[in-house]
Design a protein around this ligand. Structure first.
Ligand code: TYM
Length: 353
């Protein structure tokens, strides 16, 4: 039985500064996956237009995310790094997927509800259709694995729904054109054109929480800068933010169960585990029983050790815009070759002359 060739795809929006959540939930995993997979990593500039059309410095933001990818250890020669709008097939496939996906599916997306707020009628049509473009990003490469933070889980379920509906609506045509791939998904045998992509969400920090409120996600849009650690923060700022991070008065528990109901403690333990490529169990085994006053300085030191080289390399790279732009152009060209082949197949399957 043939199988879809394994390929990793993921994207990051060029909106605002990257923070520790983006790094631990996504970029650090991107780096690790390079060892085992072919990877395509994308700065999704078209997505940035959905919530806000006019940006002060979109090129600068796009370059800054690219610099963060490279500074974190992504190899743009062995893998592909580019910005979305260079490969028009993303938008082309998104249109097809707009016609596959149902409005009801989009209306159920919690991220749409959160971002549109109360005034839904006034949200852009792009914001509603966002997950369809995201599905196109992934499926234009027929990617099988997508590393993301926990907040993207629902969008990836929708990506599978879109792939499944397309495969089943066009199953006869896919077979006639000889373009189907037979693959086992769970117990089900699927003969389709698109793989049912698997999210890679596991790890100790799939959802890094705000340092000011352990029940809220760390986010670019939080008004308090103390709530997040930015990839560009210097050592002193990182230490200050961790020192001032909200905690409860108890010492760290002696076992994992002891973290239940203690979101701030759980968050800091998860951050430590992710930064040290370890597990929450191992962190608790080492630090259980210690006060936060003892744990926080050790966590700060670790965070600075991991992040300082990334932010200094980012600064160095951003001084060389020509190099960054060359990386994006080269990546865009190589991504385009794959994406064009997919669209050629799709035109045949759908019957677009
Ligand atoms: P974006 O740009 O909001 O975030 C980029 C990545 O960072 C993860 N992330 C977090 N992980 C853990 N804890 C947090 N607090 C946290 N905040 C953000 C996100 O889960 C994401 O993996 N829709 C996507 C971009 C996108 C995409 C794609 C991703 C567009 N097309 C195709 C994968 C595949 C987004 O807005 O991510």
């Amino acid at each position: 039985m043939s199988e879809f060739k394994e390929l990793v795809f993921s994207g990051v929006q060029p909106t605002g500064n990257l923070h520790l959540g983006n790094y631990l939930g996504a970029i650090r995993k991107f780096v690790a996956l390079q060892q085992s997979h072919n990877c395509v990593y994308c700065v999704v500039d078209l997505h940035a237009l959905t919530a806000q059309l006019v940006h002060e410095d979109l090129p600068g933001q796009t370059r800054s995310i690219t610099a963060a990818f490279l500074a974190s250890g992504i190899d743009p020669k062995a893998h592909i790094v580019f910005n979305q709008s260079r490969v028009p097939q993303h938008a082309e496939l998104a249109w097809i997927f707009n016609c596959v996906a149902r409005i009801g599916w989009m209306n159920r997306m919690t991220q749409f509800k959160d971002k549109a707020g109360k005034d839904r009628e006034n949200a852009s049509l792009g914001l509603l259709a966002y997950p369809s473009l995201m599905a196109a990003d992934i499926l234009v490469y027929r990617a099988t694995h997508v590393p993301v933070g926990d907040d993207q889980k629902q969008h990836l379920e929708l990506t599978r729904d879109i792939a499944q509906k397309f495969n089943s609506d066009f199953s006869d045509r896919i077979a006639q054109c000889g373009l189907g791939v037979e693959t086992l998904v769970g117990n089900e045998k699927i003969n389709g054109y698109f793989p049912l992509t698997e999210p890679l969400i596991e790890g100790p920090a799939p959802r890094v929480m705000s340092l000011r409120d352990g029940t809220k996600k760390m986010s670019k849009s939080d008004v308090s800068d103390l709530s997040r650690i930015n990839l560009t923060d210097d050592a002193e700022t990182i230490s200050k933010k961790i020192r001032r991070a909200k905690t409860d008065p108890e010492p760290l528990p002696g076992d994992l169960e002891g973290l239940a109901g203690r979101p701030e403690a759980e968050n800091l333990v998860g951050i430590y585990a992710a930064l040290s490529d370890s597990t929450k169990e191992a962190v608790i085994a080492e630090f259980g029983g210690q006060q936060f006053s003892a744990f926080k300085p050790i966590l700060s030191e670790l965070a600075v050790t991991v992040l300082a080289p990334i932010s200094s390399e980012m600064r160095r790279l951003l001084d060389d815009v020509t190099y960054i732009d060359a990386v994006l152009a080269d990546g865009g060209e190589r991504a385009g070759v794959i994406a064009q082949k997919t669209m050629k197949d799709l035109r045949e399957i759908i019957g677009l002359l």
